[in-house]
Write a protein that binds this ligand. Sequence first.
Ligand code: ZN
Length: 181
Amino acid sequence: MPAAGHEQELDPSNSGAVANTPQVVKQKSETTSKNKQETKATKKESPNSFPTNVRSLISTGMLDGVPVKYVSAAREELRGIIKGSGYLCGCKKCNYSKALNAYEFERHANCKSKHPNNHIYFDNGKTIYQIVQELKSTPESMLFDTIQTVFGAPINQKAFRYWKESYQAATRELQRIYGKE
Ligand SMILES: [Zn+2]
């Protein structure tokens, strides 16, 4: 089954639902794996392939216009607004005119860390990293509802509908390829 010579890399961003279920994807291509996969599949709901990371979440555009803040270790806050695949920075210099990536946004808050997404908060007190983890463990049947509420602020409905349609289309395609349960 695996290609000879080199291991096939699974890119979580486009390998789809099956590949994004950690228990399933981490398996090695050995004879026992097939049985394991089957028992797993019967136990759990359809795997949820979204979102794989903060970036893939933001780049859907669903969060465009949602306010965030970078909170430093000293509890100082820098406001921002999600835009495109980054953050419109609310520092005096940028004044929401410039979209920065998470690292740049952090720099404008005079901070430096390895994981800026752990310090970027929504108004409901959750970090964007936390929310991605939460969404990852949300069963697919609840995913759409959860996305509507988890940020504690209204999301971009147009982008949401667009994303939802493509998500459902991708899910159907995966079911066609891999079969339903
Ligand atoms: Zn700035």
